[in-house]
Each structure stands twice: as C-alpha cells, then as structure tokens.
Design a protein around this ligand. Sequence first.
Ligand code: HEM
Length: 199
Amino acid sequence: MTKDGVGRQAKCGRLLACFEMDGSSGNQEKYGARLGTSDEGCREVRERKDCRESIGEREDKDFLDVLLEYEGNEKEEPDKISTRNILVTILEVFLGGSGTSGITIEWALAELLRHPKSMRTVNDEINRVVGSSKKVEERDNEELLYPQALIKETVRLHPVNPLLLPRNTLEDGHFVRYRIPKDAQVLVNAWAIGRDPDT
Ligand code: HEM
C-alpha cells in the first residue's frame, strides 16, 4: 500500500472513531444523537475539502471524495450534500455493511464446515488465483467464481434480514389473488423466496 494509502486508512479510522463504533449494537441511538454535531467528524470532512481544494482531484478517490464531488442534477436535487448528511451516509453504510457482512461470513464458514468437499474447492480456487502467501485483494474477485457462488448461496439460505425492510403501500392494489389496501405494512419473505424452487 502507498504511503498515502496508509494515511487515508488512518484518517478513515479517525472518522469512524468519532462515532465510537465499538461493536455494541445498543450504541446506535447514541451514534444518531452525535451525528452532525460531532466536531471530529466535521473537522475530518473540512480537512478533506481543504485538501481537495489545494491539490485537486486524486486518482485513488474514496467514498468521502465521491460524496464531496456530488453536484446534483440542477433540478430538484441540492447542489451539494451537507456535512451532516455526509456523516449520516458514511455511518449508515458502515452500520448497514458491517454486521450483515460479518454474519454472512460466519454462515458461509459454518456451511463449509458441514460440506468439506466445498471447503476444499474454495481453498483450491483461492490458492490457484491468489496463492497461499498473499492476501486476497478486491481485484482477485473476478476470478474467484466459486467463493462468489458460495456467498450468493449463503445469502439465499441464511438471509441476514429474512423479511427485508418493511414497506408501506401508497395506494390500493392487488398481488396474486390478494387485495392489498393503501397504508398496509408489507413484509417480503426473502427467506421463503430463497427456498422456493418456483422463484
Ligand atoms: C451480506 C451482506 C449484506 C446483506 C445480507 C444486506 C442486506 C440488506 C437488506 C436486506 C437491505 C434492505 C433492502 C430493502 O429491503 O430495501 C439492505 C439495505 C442497505 N444496505 Fe445492505 N446488506 C449487506 C451488505 C451491505 C454492505 C456491505 C453495505 C455497505 C457497504 C450495505 C449497506 C446498505 C444500506 C446503506 C442499505 C439501505 C439502502 C436504502 O435505504 O436504500 N449493505 N441491506
């Protein structure tokens, strides 16, 4: 990793540190209350803005750069995303992406322990594509077809949010032979869909 890359990783850690993400889910309300008022978070965003103004666009953009570059569609969208909304978005991505990915990997490993033949196939493919002494990198993903299939199969069998997020209907409608009234709360059973041979 470049010297600059190391610096960026450390900065990302500092940005997350201001949310005090210590892994305890009971802290979510506290994160919410701190959002937009976190001096540390605002300072990180300001420093990145200053850095972009002084040295211009960089090749190794990260998520924060993309959010800062946003310019809206010159119609109904705002020109810029506010610092508070940038912090909320970053927090949402980390909260949404950490537990879900961790739990899915645990399920994938549990399934591999139950299916030693699949475990051997995964190991062989990783050794062939990456080698046994290097770490897997994002660009290796294209060739890691069996591990990709493993994750998809894991998500099918063990969806982290089996009923997805609840939806509210905006108007009366029909689905198959059911009448769904306006303002009904609808849950989609992704767990059942994943086990139904017809879907
Ligand atoms: C195996 C891993 C993951 C699973 C099973 C998963 C599952 C889900 C589900 C079921 C939803 C709700 C979808 C809906 O009902 O509309 C969702 C939303 C979301 N996920 Fe994931 N997710 C995973 C990984 C990630 C990662 C890695 C990120 C971020 C890097 C992420 C960020 C989000 C965000 C921001 C939303 C809200 C989207 C919105 O409000 O439109 N998720 N995820």
